[in-house]
Design a protein around this ligand. Structure first.
Ligand code: SF4
Ligand code: SF4
Length: 396
């Protein structure tokens, strides 16, 4: 059955690819399969086919789009500045609007992310089901916590305002449900540096990144508006999840208002915030030795920050590079659950690199600043820690 549809992509953006192929080695799905159709250039050609040449948006086209990890490793490699992420998001928005991707069960799951109490209860139920082996292994979930400990609370005694040591800490949805100890480590580090913590008000839990990935742009925009309203004022908004940080920094584009652009300008990855104030970080009580650094795509390729995590970690350990140009690990938000086979192949390549680097450096721990990557790699048996957990353990 042939489907003809409009993608509504920007023609100038779509035509900016000159088909040079320089992005191909940076694309995890091309590296895993060797198929041109699963490369950035191949996917752009398929988009052009549907938008310009009346090609059908058939099952094959949908699979080319659904198998993209949305890692955006192709963007910094592209000499023509093709905004691939935007083209892919636009394509997915059109496909989701037509009901071709993101089935009802996925939409239900995503809707839960914006209702934090429901998410926490659901997460605990899932953890219990895991313990009695009723959660299929192929979902690739790590061992989820039954108890997550206390939530982050605001530092008492100050009011949020222009003082640069006052920061909002974005705690997110899944990260707060599954990795809350990392939030407590982050608070420990920030407060040790003299920061006053504020936490988002009602509605500020979910950044909408996974909704954007799934093509549910209107839902993502609604969540963005709630997040913006939950953290008023001028203080920095620090984020310890690379994926959430990238989403918050894109609100100016997503929501399209001056207020949203001003909000995005206040967002800073927690490592960048700490790296700018390293003189305020207490000295380590314990040096942690060599630690491998995994660059989350949404920090390295999207936020274009390659140095902050290393600068911060250098305070407490010897950071070791993976020397693979930041190739994606295959986590991709919900990608590892939706495309488990390809995600597993991509991860296997990453693990090969990690094992080789571990062998010659002696490092046994991997530092990852993104919960999705950390859980995806940990599910394969690696010892993965968030940089803030490492720093807190060292200065404690
Ligand atoms: S976003 Fe990642 S997976 Fe998708 S085409 Fe670009 S490099 Fe490949
Ligand atoms: S996306 Fe950029 S790097 Fe890739 S083929 Fe097109 S112009 Fe070349």
């Amino acid at each position: 059955m042939a489907f003809y549809m409009m993608l509504h992509l920007d023609d100038d953006e779509l035509s900016s690819c000159v088909a040079c192929g320089l992005c191909l080695p940076h694309c995890p799905t091309f590296r895993a399969t060797g198929e041109e159709a699963l490369s950035p250039r191949g996917r752009i050609d398929a988009m052009r086919g549907v938008q310009w040449r009346d090609a059908p948006a058939d099952e094959e086209f949908v699979s080319f789009m659904e198998t993209c990890v949305q890692c955006r490793g192709c963007e910094p490699a592209c000499p023509s500045g093709v905004p691939f992420g935007r083209l892919m998001e636009g394509t997915r928005e059109a496909l989701a609007g037509d009901g071709r991707i993101t089935p009802w069960w996925q939409r239900r799951g995503l809707a839960m992310l914006g209702r934090h109490r429901t998410l926490l209860a659901g997460s605990t139920a899932l953890a219990l089901l895991q313990r009695v082996r009723l959660v299929p292994k192929r979902l690739g979930l790590p061992r989820l916590p039954i108890r997550r400990g206390p939530a982050v609370t605001p530092t008492t005694g100050h009011a949020a305002g222009a003082d640069e040591t006052e920061v909002w800490m974005f705690t997110g949805c899944v990260m707060d449900a599954w990795m809350r100890p990392t939030h407590r480590s982050t608070v420990e580090v920030l407060e040790a540096m003299g920061a006053t913590i504020r936490v988002p008000g009602r509605g500020g839990a979910c950044c909408g990144a996974l909704h954007t990935h799934a093509g549910l742009t209107d839902d993502a925009r609604r969540l963005a508006e709630r997040v913006i309203a939950s953290m008023p004022g001028d203080a920095h908004i620090v984020v310890n999840s690379a994926g959430c940080g990238a989403a918050l920094k894109d609100y100016g584009h997503l929501v399209g208002t001056d207020e949203a652009a001003a909000f995005s300008a206040r967002v800073v990855d927690v490592h960048a915030w700490v790296a700018e104030r390293l003189d305020r970080l207490p000295p380590p009580k314990r040096h942690l030795g060599p630690v491998m650094v995994q660059d989350p795509c949404h920090l390295r390729h999207v936020q274009r920050d390659l140095v902050s995590v290393r600068q911060v970690l250098a305070h407490v350990c010897d950071p070791v590079d993976l020397a693979d140009d930041g190739l994606c690990c295959g986590a991709g938000g919900a990608y590892s659950m939706l495309q488990p086979e390809l995600a597993g192949e991509i991860r296997a390549r990453k693990i090969g690199v990690i094992e080789a680097v571990s062998g010659h450096s002696g490092a046994a721990v991997v530092a990852s600043a993104n919960p999705g990557c950390a859980m995806h790699l940990a599910a394969a048996g690696l010892d993965v820690r968030h940089p803030m957990d490492l720093v807190a353990a060292s200065i404690r």
